[in-house]
Design a protein around this ligand. Sequence first.
Ligand SMILES: NC(=O)c1ccc[n+]([C@@H]2O[C@H](COP(=O)([O-])OP(=O)(O)OC[C@H]3O[C@@H](n4cnc5c(N)ncnc54)[C@H](O)[C@@H]3O)[C@@H](O)[C@H]2O)c1
Length: 359
Amino acid sequence: MDIKELGVAVIGSGRIGTLRASMAARHPAKKFLIVADKEKDRAEVLRQKTGADLATDNNYEAISHPEVNAVFVSTPEDDHVEAIMQAIELGKPIFVEKPLALRNEDCDAIIDAAEAAGVELVIGYSRRHDRRWMMAKEQIAQGNIGEIIGMQQRVYNTRAQMLEIVKRCLDATPVMDVLTYYVDMACWFMGDIKPVEVVARTHGKVFKEMGYDINEMTWTLITFENGAVVNLGIFYALPARYPTYGQSPRFEILGKDGVILLDVDNKDSVFFTEKGTPHAYVPDHDVNMLFMQTNSSGDWAVGDYWGPIANETRTWLDHLITGAPTGHTTAREGRRTVAVTLAIEEAAKTGKAITLDLK
Ligand SMILES: NC(=O)c1ccc[n+]([C@@H]2O[C@H](COP(=O)([O-])OP(=O)(O)OC[C@H]3O[C@@H](n4cnc5c(N)ncnc54)[C@H](O)[C@@H]3O)[C@@H](O)[C@H]2O)c1
């Protein structure tokens, strides 16, 4: 790659597309920015907000614009494939939101096309880009906890935030949309050691009573080829006004020679106000008390955006110019993560152990 100036297209001008476009707009190498959304008004609002050069309701027009040399695909989970394929066809590097796609066949088609065209594609598993998870990866890579014997993780969030997710995409279940971050994390920490079997159990009441066919709780055990056992779990129906504004996870990595214990509930940082503080993801949802830093994507403060999505976006744009390696999820890692995440759904639905045969 030999890029000196960035021409960026952001496809999907919703919550996350807005963050990507805002970060691109303030990048020092940005020369051109075009934003797209199937709802023209949303693209136009984002154009005005970011000072983008153009807004359009035609994705191809944005991706194929001659000034564009970097493409963010920030559409909903079930709508990533078409824009990715267009960018691959045009030979432009792609950053796509997680998960890569919702079907293994789509992931395979994307990887085959990207590899044949020599196009770089990374996936926005933003959790990796919060400092503590990068540090965990570094300590594991240096061999400081020895061989991983197993891991235990769980993540909680409120039913209010999960409702926003299902309104966007009915296929974006808690497992497919959120537990997938920790599948990515666990597989990243395990490196070349492959996951080989998945079992899972699931249960739900809250969303079924609201008319949605999804379960808020799933617990799974993933076995890796070296025998390591990884327990991942999700409960996404805490009371609506519980004071988290995003994911509240814990993640524990148990090695032969060491241990890493990540407590990311953020209960040590409390903000309380009689005035109410708005939720970045859930409209009309002010609460009085908030565990600070629980907004999983990050926060605006003193004129800039801070947190995982800021790090993740900035380092990808920097990488396009410098070519320096980054910790982003690669296309092949993204495909593996989708395969394991879908296997968790199947294991939970059938009650059977699912054997994985990953490439
Ligand atoms: N990394 C993170 O922290 C994080 C957090 C939330 C969501 N996400 C991911 O980001 C993606 C988008 O989520 P969101 O919360 O921004 O959703 P959103 O609903 O706020 O925005 C999606 C936007 O895409 C538009 N759109 C839908 N189909 C389109 C198409 N075919 N072409 C152009 N525009 C289209 C919609 O009109 C909407 O404006 C999802 O993949 C989601 O999983 C990532």
